[in-house]
Design a protein around this ligand. Sequence first.
Ligand code: GLN
Length: 426
Amino acid sequence: MPLAVKDLFCTEGVPSQSGSRILEGYEPPYTATVVSRLRAAGASLLAKTNQDEFAMGSSNENSAFGPVLNPWDRTRVPGGSSGGSAAAVAAGLAPWALGTDTGGSIRQPAALCGIVGLKPTYGAVSRYGMIAFASSLDQAGPLTRDVTDAALLFGRMIGRDRCDATSLEFPDAIESPGARRLDGISLGVPAELTGGSDRTAAAAGGVEEVGIEAGVLDAFRAALDRACELGAEIVESVSLPHAPHALSAYYVLAPAEASSNLARFDGVRYGLRAEHAEDLLDMYERTRHDGFGAEVKRRIMLGAYALSAGYYEAYYGRAQQVRTKISEDFARAFAEVDFIVTPTSPSTAFKLGEKTSDPLAMYLSDYCTVPMSLAGVPAISIPCGLSEGLPVGLQLAGRAFSENALLDTAYALEQALGFDGSPARA
Ligand code: GLN
């Protein structure tokens, strides 16, 4: 099977730049473990795909190579940061693609492009050979046209790798999903990420500040109705009380890790090196000035600030505490229900340029996906309908290592929803 691979996976002898100018000309001497595993299973490398620089972004507009267009409407973004992979699959350019998800970068572009995206349990897939953004959150996963393909691809990515100490042996083999009914399955609908059960109130006000679009909520609620028809129990009382703080914690933790991970790009070891430097320090500064884009610089500054002596406890330490609270919320919720369901993204695909001048508005794109990343639990986005001709994603999240059950439930819903994933027919 031809496989499209996000640029940040190292592929031996093939340019791997993580969408950045600073890695111009870098051809890694080795291949990422997931890519090697898929190759060993018979896949061939079709192409490297565009992405936001170092996976920082929700629209693919932060790439040194320029933006990716959404095949459903080429005036709109495909989502990010795995936007190239999502668009390639949605447009029929590639049957399967690999992406990575740190706070939503597989799920959100899958939602905006009308395809399936799975962010695995943290540790299920080796990160070896993935150009790092935030190591405690980064996880590779499949972007495919349907849930069956996601299972096929994921099943060949998993497993412990001695080159990544955070990887684990997956407890079971990944099976081809086949569930038709959802009897006995409970789906929790946390008000914090969905605006609650009152559709009119939620549509009018949205989740405070975030404003989930009315068309997104309608498609989401219609999908829940289908789940009910299949026998699932919808539990509206489930709560993730700390989820509204997830984005704030994420934007301390992810930049903190990024500022450390990106310190290695100094013009000495990889890619770009600024010319005409006066001395070593000047060479570092010029290289990083020329090589990094605006968003990456913003994150490095945020991260370095949050980790500074005197601020460490107030920001990084505090954000870690919030992260623990969020994990505890999920543990409590999963004692009550099998899965958590939310819209994947508060909006459908937005216009190119619409949010580039307002980083905070852009960051809100991941409001519903970041909590699962902080908790390390698996989550899948499947298309659940259209809103004004644009795809809407439904997110299902489960307990750690529950991927088989998650894929099975997603499959039953996918069959019942019968989404037509072809932009050409829209
Ligand atoms: N959009 C989020 C960010 O910019 C998430 C990115 C990701 O998951 N890699 O950090």
